[in-house]
Design a protein around this ligand. Structure first.
Ligand code: FAD
Length: 791
């Protein structure tokens, strides 16, 4: 390419410029592979690029090197509505996928304001968010499987199946530093039949933020809950006149559901906001008015960008109850530094974007902008938030990572990166703080592992001492009593609730607490953790480490969507905390994903922060016999349920019965609609209380598990659609493909876990490149194999 052509690859949506040495437009996986292999051979930095719309310097070739543009890989390869899944190439633009799905009444929930320009590969690499995330979650909730080119040029398939490492999980949000994605399999959802939009004006910012908390406390769950401050309103109004009022702040709210459900929610919102003094309150009367209101929100960046030659877009997240404090602080800083700051916020997520217009040629203004920016980041971290909710670290936030991570935590992240890319070729100088991991000396011994027979630490420091002494003595750790000579551990003494914030809908709990006790506690507060597994009396640490299928997968997805953070002790006794009590957080690698479901091989989970949902009404359980149904009839029923926007939250087959669990908002209408579908299949279900039904099935599974233990048998666990969902020896089956348990290995499956008298085993015929990375990861986390026998 000529220099002028390279110009295109020298910038992104930040204001910096760095020239690459070369660029290649790679339109096939093979071309991407060749480019990576070449860079690996000659140790040349390689920067993956989608649309270049990132706001963190993520695609800037700061060390020169080769930019590989994937923007030309634009094919939508597969759409499977019944499985709620698409497979696309990485260059497909977010809005193109939405347009493709719209005629089928489906959508891809993550909707960054840049959806018309940003690529899905970029969305996945950044873990992007958008206004709809308050209800539907971020991009990471929708990444099922990936095809990638690894740093050494090998192709690899990162499966959706349960391997030791959640490959799609750790790769999402990795900002081009771990691998290049050449194919993405993403979850999609049926579009709710009705949407309502409401705009509420407020006399003050604190009043608007109070209303946000009140809406959440009232267990209304909007699909959009955006806040614009006065400065933003005054900037946007001349740009797009959508009827935004002249006031101190507005909330732009969208609700979705059935037509009746939307009417109900709008009228409840109207009443609530009226009581809180909102005025005016405008309900969009038609889709055109709703679109105009939304377009004005999306124009906030564009409008602010007209104020000065450059616009600095900040992106921090705080626990939602701290939003008012954070926004007030931004106003203080604005006054203190005498620099205008417009703030828009995904208020429901506690994610705010202070927008700072500035002139790069005015050194004094640049200095004030930078001071304001640094102060905002520091404050967000102090309030328990994140320095980036959705825009990523890139080069911009790299120096600020110490605000959230200590040296050990940064070193372990750097080691994870090295496990994927030992020569540091992929996007060097981005996303992960460049710490060379040092094997720290775990220090002196406080505990002799084999004495007492079962060690029950009562505090985190005691557990750390125990692991360090095991490291020192090369003693593998066993969970529970194994033999008199082994280091036997029980976490039952670590059973405290460390933090419960009903307003934020989060809880932080120690790993030894019994899951059923957690459920009881939450239900007393009208909240729920929407992950239910068959094991009835399991500790939280076991639940998070073992990777059981979520019985409510159909409505809430996998466990990982509901864990915001974990604290772990690694195999050298280092205490590492990743994640915070915030709904959006893309600071550094998504480390919690590495520990969830990894059977403790990468670290012992000490506590976790969970995201909760409202639990105002008890769930409804519908059951029906399946022995008269053929497999085809059953699959047709599953597909029909999967196509419903307001369908069930759980679906499983066990004991010759089909079981449907319905919970959450709009419960009665959902039950009626599901009954309708069942009627079409000639099924009249039996109603039961969901909580009792859950206890029953757990009791039944406990007896199956006891039999397995007595008879020395094996239970096999996997995910994926079974060709014949009713065939014995299936014990338990979620026929939408999200989980099965069998007494014999079902033949078509290569990836599965099994539980036998030796504990958990994982069968995972991974591509060789992934196997090598996994070995490096396990060695990094647990160099003396202390954690081989935990679960
Ligand atoms: C006006 C505007 C509004 C925005 N609004 C939002 C918003 O609401 N929410 C939000 O989250 N973001 C927003 N962004 C930021 C940006 O659009 C997102 O980060 C987006 O996901 C980037 O996509 P992209 O295709 O432009 O990726 P790029 O900018 O090209 O790349 C981003 C990162 O991903 C890596 N990458 C790209 N493709 C691949 C691949 N195939 N494999 C591996 N790594 C890859 C790159 O190396 C880089 O680190 C906005 C940006 C602008 C300019």
């Amino acid at each position: 390419m000529q220099d002028d052509e390279l110009l295109v690859y020298s910038y992104d949506a930040t204001s910096e410029r760095h020239w690459p040495d070369a660029a290649v437009i790679a339109n096939t996986p093979e071309l991407v592979q060749q480019a990576v292999a070449l860079c690996a051979t000659y140790h040349v930095p390689l920067i993956a690029r989608g649309s270049g719309s990132n706001l963190s310097g993520g695609t800037l070739p700061i060390l020169g090197g080769l930019v590989v543009s994937l923007a030309g890989m634009t094919r939508i390869l597969r759409v499977d509505l019944a499985a709620r899944e698409v497979t696309v190439e990485p260059g497909v633009i977010n809005a193109t996928l939405q347009a493709h799905l719209a005629p089928h009444a489906f959508f891809f929930p993550p909707d960054p304001a840049s959806h018309r320009i940003s690529s899905l590969g970029g969305n996945v690499a950044e873990g992007s968010g958008g206004p709809h995330c308050v209800k539907y979650g971020t991009t990471s909730h929708y990444v099922r499987a990936l095809k990638v080119i690894l740093a050494n040029g090998q192709m690899a398939t990162c499966p959706a199946e349960p391997t030791l490492i959640d490959w799609p999980g750790i790769l999402t949000g990795s900002e081009g530093t771990l691998a290049l994605f050449t194919e993405l399999t993403l979850g999609i959802l049926p579009k709710p039949p009705a949407v309502g939009t409401l705009l509420a004006g407020f006399d003050g910012l604190p009043e608007a933020v109070t209303a946000v908390s009140a809406i959440i406390q009232a267990q209304l769950l909007p699909s959009t809950l955006e806040l614009l401050d006065k400065a933003t309103l005054d900037t946007v109004r001349p740009f797009i006149d959508a009827g935004y009022p002249d006031c101190e702040a507005v909330l732009l709210i969208e609700v979705d559901g059935t037509l009746e459900g939307v009417r109900d929610q709008l009228s409840r919102l109207h009443e609530l906001l009226g009581l809180l003094g909102a005025s005016p309150i405008t309900v969009a009367q038609n889709p055109a008015q709703a679109d105009a209101l939304m377009a004005a929100r999306r124009a906030a960046y564009g409008a602010a960008a007209r104020l000065s030659p450059h616009l600095w877009v900040q992106d921090v997240t705080v626990p939602r109850p701290r939003l008012a404090e954070m926004m007030a602080y931004v106003l203080t800083i604005s006054a203190q530094e005498q620099i205008p700051i417009n703030t828009v916020a995904h208020a429901g997520d506690g994610n705010l974007h202070p927008l700072i217009p500035f002139n790069p040629d005015d050194a004094d203004e640049v200095a004030r902008m930078k001071r304001a920016d640094a102060a905002i980041l520091k404050k967000a971290a102090e309030l328990g938030g994140s320095i980036t909710g959705e825009h990523g670290v890139g080069i911009d936030k790299l120096p600020s990572l110490p605000l959230m991570f200590n040296e050990d935590e940064r070193a372990v992240m750097a080691a994870v990166r090295s496990a994927f890319d030992p020569d540091g070729i992929l996007n060097p100088g981005k996303a992960v703080y460049p710490v060379i991991p040092q094997a720290s000396d775990p220090g002196s011994l406080a505990v002799e592992p084999s004495s007492p027979a079962l060690y029950r630490p009562q505090s985190e420091p005691e557990l750390i001492d125990f692991v360090r002494s095991c490291y020192h003595n090369h003693h593998p750790i066993y969970m529970g009593t194994h033999s008199a000579r082994t280091a036997n551990l029980s976490l039952e003494g670590l059973n405290r609730i460390l933090d419960f914030d009903a307003d934020n809908m989060t809880i932080r709990i120690q790993g030894g607490l019994d899951v059923s006790e957690i459920e009881t506690f939450l239900h007393h507060h009208d909240l729920d953790f929407p992950v239910k597994t068959l094991g009835p009396h399991r500790s939280l640490a076991a639940l998070l480490s073992e990777g059981w299928p979520n019985m409510l997968h159909m409505g809430y997805g996998p466990l990982k969507n509901w864990v915001l953070g974990v604290s772990v002790i690694d195999g050298q006794g280092r205490l590492l905390r990743y994640g915070r009590s915030v709904m959006k957080n893309v600071a550094g690698l998504d480390m919690p994903k590495l520990y969830l479901g990894s059977l403790g091989r990468l670290g012992l989970i000490v506590d976790a922060t969970l995201r909760l949902v409202p639990w105002a009404t008890r769930p409804v359980h519908l059951s029906f016999p399946v022995d008269m149904m053929t497999s085809d009839q059953l699959m047709a029923l599953v597909d029909a349920l999967n196509m419903m926007a307001l369908g069930p939250q759980g679906l499983w087959l066990a004991q010759n019965q089909g079981h449907i669990m319905v919970q959450g908002p709009d419960l009665d209408r959902k039950v009626v609609a599901i009954r309708h579908i069942l009627k079409d299949f000639g099924i009249v279900p039996i109603d039961a209380d969901g909580v009792s039904a859950l206890s029953d099935i757990r009791r039944w599974y406990t007896s199956q598990e006891r039999t397995r233990q007595q008879e020395g048998g094996t239970h096999y666990f996997g995910v994926g659609r079974l060709p014949s969902p009713l065939t014995a020896p299936l014990l338990y089956h979620q026929p939408d493909g999200s989980g099965w348990i069998s007494t014999v290995k079902p033949e078509p499956f290569q990836f599965f876990r099994s539980l036998d008298s030796h504990g958990w085993q994982v069968n995972e015929p991974l591509d060789s490149g992934l196997t090598a990375i996994q070995e490096r990861l396990v060695h990094m986390a647990d160099p003396r194999n202390l954690f081989t026998h935990l679960w």
